[in-house]
Design a protein around this ligand. Structure first.
Ligand code: AMP
Length: 189
């Protein structure tokens, strides 16, 4: 696991624990010599995460779509900033750059990005683990919905089980290292 992409809120949320865990994750990635790949902005949890990684001496790559980069909200002190034309190009680039994905608490953007990654994993487009850091039960409703999709016949157990939901960063990284993707993509016999 050399590079991890982290998707997280462009806001900080109301529970200070979100910010604390974002900083802890940034620091831990740096300590483990894992490069952080993230959305590139100096706002919300993205700022907490990236600042902590940089301050701990870690490598940090930001990937922004031009539209957002032109708004001047890019983090100026990153190891590398990659500007892509569209949101789609950006997600593609982030997925290519990383060996695994972690979602911290966030909003639409965080869910969109993490679910695009899990959808690609389900189709067998990549074999990278996708994990949700369940800070103070933030992702419990999502876990519930995913189980509901399974019991209602929209999601196979094997694909549900690809997702990692855990409250501890260390446990997440350990599970990501041990992750074995399902043998076949959804539509491959
Ligand atoms: P949200 O969860 O809606 O706050 O969106 C956060 C996610 O969407 C992050 O993981 C980013 O990749 C992306 N995103 C949303 N807003 C921005 C922004 N201002 N700058 C960079 N990325 C953003």
């Amino acid at each position: 696991m050399n590079r991890i992409a982290v998707f997280c809120g462009s806001s900080r949320g109301i529970d200070p624990e979100y910010s604390r865990q974002a900083k802890m994750l940034g620091q831990l990635l740096a300590q483990k010599n894992i490069t952080l790949v993230f959305g590139g902005s100096k706002v919300g949890l993205m700022e907490d995460l990236s600042e902590a990684a940089l301050q701990a001496g870690g490598k940090v790559i930001g990937v922004m779509p031009r539209l957002l980069h032109e708004k001047g909200i890019g983090h100026p002190g990153l190891t590398e900033m990659i500007v892509e034309e569209t949101m789609h190009d950006r997600k593609m680039r982030m997925s290519e750059l990383c060996d695994g994905i972690i979602a911290l608490p966030g909003g639409f953007g965080t869910l969109d990005e993490s679910f695009e990654m899990i959808t690609w994993a389900q189709l067998g487009i990549h074999q990278k683990p996708v994990a949700f850091l369940n800070v103070n039960g933030f992702y419990d409703p999502l876990k519930h919905l995913v189980n509901h999709m399974t019991t209602q016949g929209f999601l196979k157990t094997v694909h549900r089980d690809m997702l990692i939901f855990l409250p501890s960063i260390n446990d997440i990284i350990k599970q990501m290292k041990e992750y074995i993707a399902p043998a076949d993509g959804k539509w491959i016999r």
